[in-house]
Design a protein around this ligand. Structure first.
Ligand code: SF4
Length: 345
């Protein structure tokens, strides 16, 4: 074998090596990337945006949309096939529709979803769908206008309801309503949300309240999954729905209504054993777990001229630092200096 052939082989092997699937030291294969596009939002939700004055990321430090697409291409070569766009509020980012189109065009990406507060959907749902967006999770933590305004510190519910109607009209394959349940704040609306899901034949997802910087979390504010389910089961038949092993929610059909509910139970019944998620922060840091501080700056590496192989290697190395799962919330609280709005869930 001559020298030239040897070089190619070494290159192929090293390339192949670099592009092996993303697996952590517990054997969990990572196929789902959550990308935060911004730390900014037009809402001020109490469980997400701290009351203290936020230090926004300077625009120059936020990934450009081209950098986002380049990183998605690298992740896709590492086996990522599902992407979710988050924030802050992703729809405040200019050029979002083009970004959706570009990401959907990346080889290997099978599905693209977005989590939004829904406030701009009435005007844009069709455009996002046309660009290739497959699914939407819309945050709506109350069905009562005055309480909605309290939880969001001043936003109106009407544009969100209109946004949901527009999203249904646009024919999204997946359309879910996310409800963060805070004991003593909106837990008395669980049945109303189940009725809403049944009446609109849609999916409502109840999320246990989690601690993040500045959201005043304590265990008394958590309404455990078991209690949510008990309350619903008093009124409705909940029929289990089989989901992917790595699914974050436990899902149920509401009798034969055509509506469904889900429960995200990070506090009382975590699902870390089958975790397939990795995150990219708005400033381009790798975040291997919702509850682990972000580390590797893929942005700095890119801007310093790193090759795609270098970036892939950094991602592999970074993922080896992922833990088996988060500790109890009381033990974890305060160990990350980021608010939910800076992570994107
Ligand atoms: S807490 Fe971390 S390890 Fe557990 S499921 Fe969430 S992202 Fe995965």
């Amino acid at each position: 074998m001559n020298e030239k052939e040897l070089d190619i082989l070494t290159k192929v092997n090293s390339d192949t090596q670099v592009w092996r699937p993303l697996e952590d030291k517990f054997g969990r294969r990572h196929t789902y990337l959550r990308v935060s596009l911004t730390d900014r939002c037009n809402f001020r939700c109490v469980y997400c945006m701290p009351t203290v004055e936020m230090e926004w990321i300077p625009r120059s430090e936020v990934l450009t949309l081209e950098e986002v697409v380049r990183l998605v291409k690298v992740f896709a070569r590492l086996g990522i096939d599902k992407v979710r766009l988050t924030g802050g509020e992703p729809t405040v980012r200019k050029g979002l529709t083009d970004l959706i189109r570009d990401i959907k065009g990346v080889p290997g990406i099978k599905s693209l979803h977005m989590t939004t507060n829904g406030s701009t959907l009435a005007a844009r749902a069709g455009e996002y769908r046309g660009a290739g967006l497959d699914g939407l999770n819309v945050s709506m933590d109350s069905l009562r206008p005055e309480r909605f305004s309290e939880i969001t510190r001043g936003a109106k519910i009407e544009p969100v309801l209109e946004g949901l109607a527009a999203a249904r009209q646009a024919g999204f394959e997946t359309l879910k309503v996310n409800v963060v349940v805070i004991n003593g704040v909106n837990d008395d609306e669980i049945i109303d949300f189940v009725d809403y899901a049944a009446a609109t034949q849609s999916h409502v997802r109840f999320i246990e309240f989690m601690p993040f910087l500045g959201n005043g979390w304590n265990r008394d504010h958590v309404l455990p999954y078991a209690e949510m389910k008990r309350r619903i089961a008093e009124r409705r038949d909940l029929l289990p729905i089989e989901t992917e092993p790595s699914a974050v929610a436990k899902e149920f059909a509401i009798g034969d209504s055509g509506g469904t509910v889900g429960f995200v139970t990070s506090v009382t019944d975590d699902f870390c054993r089958t975790c397939n998620r990795v995150r990219l922060t708005a400033e381009g840091r790798l975040k291997t777990c919702l509850f682990l501080a972000a580390k590797e700056s893929l942005r700095d590496a890119m801007r310093a001229g790193a090759s795609d192989e270098d970036l892939a290697e950094s991602i592999h190395v970074g993922l080896q630092g992922k833990w088996a799962g988060h500790p109890s919330m009381e033990k974890w609280i305060g160990s990350d200096d980021k608010a939910m709005v800076q992570i994107g869930g």
